[in-house]
Write a protein that binds this ligand. Structure first.
Ligand code: KG4
Ligand code: ZN
Length: 347
């Protein structure tokens, strides 16, 4: 049969992950296991991911994640058809650890080795979860990424635009830090914003006056800092109410920018005349309900379907890497021991 069962490895940021995915043409892909070991507590005291600490933790945890993924799938290495691994982009120490681990497994088992671009992993997830057919529009929004892509094939992505400075997740994290809220900032800022008034403070909507799909989020942080310091000077400290209103104003600005740029990206994508137009999201920021509903509205107005994979598959995981490996293998791709870890690797 044409059934393919792949092990996937992911170690490009601060999650170590291994997963097994099986696919038979004409049937739904099956995630047989998906193990994710996070490192949040290791980096908590540093206000960001420390590359050296991340690399060591990946090297320590990868083999355990692989063992668990195989155990949960109830499979041995010999039952697999290949090993897929994130070969970039990302923090080089972690990517090297993953690629070395995958090369060892491939050399020891004789299985094919497939290098996967981490962004392609995110961008192909709508096909793993919802059988999305090409071409579809993707918005990747995470702590490290923010871009619009038209997915035209397993290895064919057209970039429409993206952030020229911070990623939105990074902006949420910095906002939380400036307001003394816990990390990761996304969920805590969203929780505060629920009690707040988004209209009270004025936040800029950067780059909306310029054509195209590029975005900018670093100005929001500056605006927030200025309002915060003015409030602290006035009241000798931040009142609960002020903090909630600042979070709500900031979040509304991010949602507005993402919604308006999505409207433009959709217009460009619709000129391809897809038979069933789709806007799919991936990345941790896609968990935000205000942002989700803003994007949903834009899709309804444009006559496109809105796809948001389950959160565990929106954030970093290895099932998306195994799946992207299956798609690459079906397209005839193979790598070998010359596979290189690439810190930078645009799609
Ligand atoms: O995709 P992800 O898990 O990791 C990468 O950055 O690759 O995304 C994490 C980011 C963090 O910056 C986090 O603050 C943000 O996603 N995030 C959110 C929410 N949940 C997570 N941002 C806004 N609202 C949320 N509910
Ligand atoms: Zn990612």
């Amino acid at each position: 049969t044409d059934t393919l069962t792949l092990l996937g490895l992911e170690s490009s940021c601060d999650d170590t992950a291994a997963a097994v995915v099986r696919h038979t043409p004409g049937e739904l892909p099956q995630i047989l296991s998906s193990v994710v070991a996070g490192q949040a507590e290791l980096h908590a005291d540093f206000g960001g991911v420390v590359p050296e600490i991340a690399a060591r933790a990946h090297a320590e945890k990868l083999d355990i994640c692989v063992e668990q993924a195989l155990l949960q799938a109830n499979l041995l290495l010999k039952d697999l058809d290949g090993i897929a691994v994130t070969a970039g982009p990302g923090l080089i120490g972690g990517v090297v650890a993953g690629v070395m681990c995958a090369k060892g497994l491939a050399a020891g088992s004789g299985l094919p080795l497939i290098g996967v671009n981490h962004l392609a992993g995110h961008a192909l997830t709508p096909r793993l979860t919802d059988q999305a057919s090409f071409p579809y529009l993707m918005l990747l929004v995470s702590g490290g990424h923010c871009q619009f892509l038209i997915a035209k094939g397993p290895e064919a992505f057209q970039r429409l635009g993206g952030t020229i400075d911070d990623a939105p997740g990074e902006a949420f994290d910095k906002t939380a830090k400036l307001l003394g809220l816990p990390q990761p900032g996304g969920p805590s800022v969203e929780a505060e914003a629920r009690q707040g008034d988004p209209q009270r403070f004025r936040f800029p909507r950067p780059l909306l006056d310029r054509p195209g799909c590029d975005m900018s989020f670093s100005g929001l942080k500056t605006a927030l800092l200025r309002q915060r310091d003015r409030l602290i000077a006035e009241h000798v400290g931040l009142r609960r109410r002020d903090r909630a209103d600042l979070c709500a104003g900031f979040q509304a600005a991010v949602a507005d920018v993402l919604a308006e740029k999505s409207r433009r990206a959709l217009a460009e994508y619709l000129t391809l005349k897809p038979s069933a137009p789709i806007l799919a999201v991936a990345g941790g920021v896609a968990a935000n309900m205000t942002i989700r509903s803003a994007l949903e509205t834009v899709c309804t107005q444009a006559g496109a379907a809105f796809l948001a994979p389950p959160l565990a598959l929106c954030t970093d995981n290895a099932a998306m890497i195994a799946w992207a490996g299956i798609e690459r293998m079906r397209a005839g791709a193979r790598d070998d021991m010359t596979l290189q870890a690439r810190p930078r690797w645009p799609l």
